[in-house]
Design a protein around this ligand. Structure first.
Ligand code: ARG
Length: 271
C-alpha cells in the first residue's frame, strides 16, 4: 500500500509539472524574442487632459475616455499597426512628458505654436481651432474682448487661452488645472469670464445654456497637432501617414462629423 501511495504521489507531481510547462508554452514565446517582436504590435502611450470635450473627456455613462482626439489616435493606430495606451495627465505637463520620452504621443487639442515647436515635433495640422470667451448667461457688462480689461479671467493653466488672457490690460488671470473647474468659477462669480478654445467652449455652453453664453466670436485662429519627441521621425511619419489614410478612407470625416457636428474643411488634415 505504501508503495502504491508513493507511486501515486510521483504521478501527481509529474502531472503537475507537465501542466506547468504547458502553461508556459501557452504564452507565445515561440523561441527567440526576435520572432515575438516582429508579430507584436508596438504600443505607444498617449497623453491628454480630459476636461476638454468634445476632444477628450470621460464619458459619463461608461466612465471611459472618449472624444475626437481619442478616437482619432486609436484610428491612426489601427491603420498604422500600433496600439495605444491612454494616460490622462495635467495639460501643462504633456509637452514636457513627450519631450523627455516619458510619453510617446501627446494628443490633447494641442495648438502648434512657436515655443512648443522648440520642445517637440508636431504632426500635420488635424484641426483648426481658435479662442473664445464664455461668460455667465446673465452677464451684461462683457460683450466682447474689449470688455475683458480689468476683469477676472479664468483659464486652464498652460494653455494658449491662459497666454492670451495675460495680454489683457489690468486683467486678473486665475489658473485652473481643469477647464470644468474654470467654468465653475465663472458660474459661481469667482471669475467674470473664461478664455479657452472656441469649440470646447461651444460644447460646454450648449450643455448648460442656462448658466453660460459665448461672447465676442473667435479671437485667434490656431491649429492642433499631435506631438512626438523631437527627432522621432519613425513615429511622426506613422502618425502623418495615418492621418492621410483616414482622410482618404473617409474615417477622418466620419469622426469629425460625429464629434464636431459639421463636415471638416477640405484642407484638413494637411500641411
Ligand atoms: N489648444 C490649447 C493649447 O494648446 C488648449 C488645449 C487644452 N487641451 C486639453 N486637453 N485640456 O494650449
Amino acid at each position: 500500500l505504501k508503495g502504491l501511495l508513493i507511486l501515486l504521489l510521483i504521478g501527481l507531481v509529474g502531472l503537475f509539472a507537465v501542466g506547468c510547462s504547458q502553461k508556459e508554452k501557452g504564452t507565445p514565446t515561440g523561441g527567440t524574442n526576435g520572432a515575438e517582436d516582429e508579430n507584436a504590435k508596438p504600443k505607444y502611450t498617449v497623453a491628454f487632459e480630459a476636461t476638454f470635450a468634445p476632444f477628450e473627456f470621460r464619458d459619463e455613462k461608461t466612465g471611459e475616455f472618449t472624444g475626437f482626439d481619442i478616437e482619432l489616435i486609436k484610428a491612426i493606430g489601427e491603420v498604422e499597426g500600433f496600439d495605444v495606451e491612454l494616460k490622462e495627465m495635467g495639460f501643462q505637463g504633456i509637452v514636457a512628458a513627450v519631450k523627455t520620452g516619458n510619453i510617446d504621443i501627446g494628443c490633447s487639442g494641442i495648438t502648434i505654436k512657436e515655443d512648443r515647436l522648440k520642445e517637440v515635433d508636431f504632426s500635420i495640422p488635424y484641426y483648426q481651432a481658435g479662442l473664445g470667451i464664455v461668460v455667465r448667461a446673465n452677464e451684461t457688462r462683457i460683450n466682447g474682448v474689449e470688455d475683458l480689461k480689468g476683469k477676472r479671467i479664468a483659464v486652464q493653466i498652460g494653455t494658449t487661452g491662459a497666454d492670451f488672457a495675460r495680454t489683457i490690460e489690468g486683467a486678473t488671470v486665475i489658473d485652473f488645472d481643469q477647464v470644468t473647474d474654470a467654468l465653475m468659477e465663472v458660474k459661481n462669480g469667482g471669475a467674470d469670464a473664461l478664455v479657452n478654445d472656441y469649440p470646447v467652449n461651444l460644447y460646454y455652453v450648449n450643455k448648460s445654456p442656462k448658466d453660460y453664453k459665448m461672447v465676442g466670436g473667435i479671437l485667434e485662429s490656431e491649429y492642433y497637432g499631435i506631438a512626438v519627441r523631437k527627432g522621432n521621425t519613425e513615429l511622426l511619419e506613422k502618425i502623418n501617414s495615418g492621418l492621410m489614410k483616414l482622410k482618404e478612407n473617409g474615417e477622418y470625416a466620419r469622426l469629425y462629423k460625429k464629434w464636431i457636428g459639421v463636415e471638416p474643411p477640405e484642407f484638413l488634415p494637411g500641411e
